[in-house]
Structures are given as C-alpha cells and as structure tokens.
Design a protein around this ligand. Structure first.
Ligand SMILES: *Cc1c(COP(=O)(O)O)cnc(C)c1O
Length: 370
C-alpha cells in the first residue's frame, strides 16, 4: 500500500532542533534578539544585499515596504494577474489598487511588453513576482522603472535559489520580500524578510516595523508614526539560522527534484515545465507542468488522476482578477487559460525516488490513455 505523498513539507534536522532549543532555553533578556540579528546578517550575505529585516511573513514585509515607499489611497501598483493573493492584499490594505496585466506563456511571470500601456499618473510601483522560482525579465522591468521613475519591487517568496544574470532573485529591485512559510524552500514555520540596498528605505521600514519607534531611540515608548507589528521571534529566527546554514543543500535538492521530473517528463508531447533561460538559475521551488490544449488534458483530469494515487498536487494559481472582490480582466488570456491545464507537483526535500516515480507514472499514464 502506497502512503500519501504531500506536495511540500520542511526539511528539519538536528541542527534546527538544537538552535530552537537553545533559543527557547537561553534566548531571553539580553539575548532576545541574537538569533534575529544573526539570521538577518546570514541572509544578507547569502543574497548579496546590504540590509534585511526579519518579519512574521512575506505579506508583512511587502506591506511595510510599500508603506515606506509612500503608497496609499488612489495609487496603483502594476502586477501580473497570475499570483498568490498575498502579493496583492497589502496593496489593497494601503488603499491602493493592484492593476493586473497578463503573464508570459512560458515563464508565467509578468509580461514586460504590457506594462507601459498600463502606466498612469497614479502608478507608484511595479511588483515583479518570480512565480514558482521562474524569473521575471528583470532587465526590462528595471528599464521601464527607470524610464518612468517608478520603483520596481521583487516578491521573491518563491524564488530562493533563483539567480538572474549573476544576481540573486530579490536583490535587484528597490526592495525584495521573501517568505519562510512551511511550504517554502527554507522555513521558520511562519516568517519572512524584507531586503534592500537603500539605507534610507531600510531605516524607514525598521522604524515602521517597530510600531513607529526608531531603533536606538533613547526615549522609551515613543512612537514617531503609526507603524506595524510584523516581527519575527527569536525562536523562529533560530530555526532560520539553521536553515540558512543549509541553504545551498536545500536549494540544490529542489533543483535535483526538478531535474528528475524534467528528465522523465519532457518527452511527453505538449508538456512544458518551468523554464530556465540562458544566464539564469531556476531555484525550482515548485515544479509545474502545463499541458498544451492539443493534449486535451485538463486540471480536473490531472487532479483526479493524482487523487486516485494518494498524491497531493496543487492547482496553478487562479487569476487574481477572477476572485470575487476584484474586477475580471478577461483580456489577460494566458492568466485565464493556463490554470485550466496545469498542475504543481510534489517537491519536498525528503521525497524519495520511488515517490517521484509514482508522480511520473501518473502523468505518463494520462498521455498513454490519449
Ligand atoms: C508564500 C507567498 C507569499 C506570502 O508569504 P507569507 O509569508 O505567507 O506572507 C507572498 N508572495 C508569494 C509569491 C508567495 O508564494
């Protein structure tokens, strides 16, 4: 009897347990920020950025970063329609509106050719989300940002280990955000991080992140502005420190799983997977297959076939503009069309070759049924 295959779960070793235990036992009083600072420094070093602020989620990191850029009522932020809701929610919370444009058919990330037509006097940012580890065309996005004086922001929650022209995803734009939710490449249970090379922006977010109190201020309980409370705890950061020490191993394993699938699936006619264009590395957070319309294979058939074999397979993100609280943008044809014939495959670090083969078999059998 085959056991259930989960689509994700974290890789936790004795190192994470030891650090978390140490934080629980000793990380109080004078030591209550030690793992947090250590985690922030290690993450900066990994990414090649100057500043980082650990947060309770990527959503929180995005919310504070957008607020620190002065984005508010009546403003607009351009982003791809295909996305997790967490990228759009902070925009709405600030009283601004996400403007949804279509994705590219091969990377499922924002189509740069559609951005300029969407820019209005209210446009205050372009949000680049590196979907499933696939990279946005950053050179083009940054050039548009420069031309119009609009900041580009990277939601790199799904792109740890992805590298664009030698630069880590999340390190290229005005600021970046990562998630350490339990499903992501590294985890702190829940958690996130804000990263930037801009010293002023860093200071503003640092103050916002501490209920509007400047770090190092001698005046106790003095808030200079209404801020946020999106902090990571020292215990979460302890787990994060262990995960960052293992980051190469963890991203390597993600890529290995992706390559395993790709080797065995790419011969199926009409099947495509996450791309890896020249001069980039795909961190392969979420191996995804898209079936061409000619195959006749739908999301529903894929879901049924995996469910029958006790395998968790996630649906491709719905277009955000199709959700009940937004206005549909049906001209976003790729964003509306692709989810109906796509699926995410299980890819947790500890998955066995035997389980990977079970996944491959389910897909192959759909092709052989015709
Ligand atoms: C997971 C995810 C988030 C949200 O991360 P949280 O830490 O849960 O807030 C944001 N954006 C993208 C693209 C994600 O995949």
């Amino acid at each position: 009897m085959n056991s259930r295959i989960f689509y994700t779960k974290p890789s936790i070793t004795e190192k994470e347990v030891a650090y978390a235990t140490d934080a629980a036992r000793n990380g109080w009083g004078d030591h209550c920020y030690e793992y947090i600072y250590r985690f922030e420094e290690a993450f900066c070093r990994h990414l090649g950025v100057k500043y980082a602020i650990a947060t309770s989620s990527a959503t929180g990191a995005l919310h504070m970063g957008l607020a620190a850029l002065g984005i508010g009522r009546e403003d607009e932020v351009i982003m791809a329609d295909t996305n997790w809701i967490a990228s759009a929610a902070p925009i709405v919370h600030l009283g601004a509106s996400p403007v949804f444009i279509d994705i590219l058919s091969d990377s499922w990330c924002i189509d740069p050719a559609l951005i300029e037509a969407a820019i209005t006097p209210r446009t205050k940012a372009i949000l680049a989300v590196h979907l499933y580890g696939n990279l946005c065309k950053m050179d083009q996005l940054m050039a548009i940002g420069r031309k119009y004086g609009i900041p580009v922001i990277e939601d790199a929650a799904e792109a740890l280990g992805s590298v664009y022209h030698g630069k880590c995803a999340g390190s290229m734009a005005t600021f970046g955000a990562f998630s350490f939710h339990g499903t992501k490449t590294i985890t702190t249970g829940e958690g996130g991080i804000f990263v930037t090379n801009d010293a002023d922006l860093y200071q503003r977010v640092l103050t916002l992140s501490n209920h509007g109190r400047a770090r190092g201020s001698s005046k106790q309980f003095w808030a200079e502005m209404i801020g946020f409370k999106y902090k990571m705890s020292n215990i979460q950061a302890a787990i994060g420190c262990a995960q960052v020490e293992r980051i190469d191993e963890l991203t390597r394993r993600k890529r290995e799983i992706f390559a395993y699938y790709k080797d065995r699936l790419s011969s199926l006619p009409g099947l495509s997977m996450n791309p890896e264009p020249e001069n980039t590395i795909n961190g392969a957070w979420m191996p995804t297959v898209v079936c061409s319309p000619e195959t006749g294979i739908t999301r529903e058939r894929l879901q049924a076939a995996f469910a029958a074999e006790e395998i968790d397979a996630r649906v491709f993100f719905w277009p955000l503009s199709s959700l009940p609280f937004f206005q549909p943008v049906s001209t976003n044809t790729c964003a509306y069309d692709i989810p109906g014939r796509a699926i995410n495959l299980p890819s947790f670090h500890d998955i066995s070759d035997n389980d990977l083969d079970r996944v491959v078999k389910v897909l192959s059998s759909l092709w052989h049924k015709g």
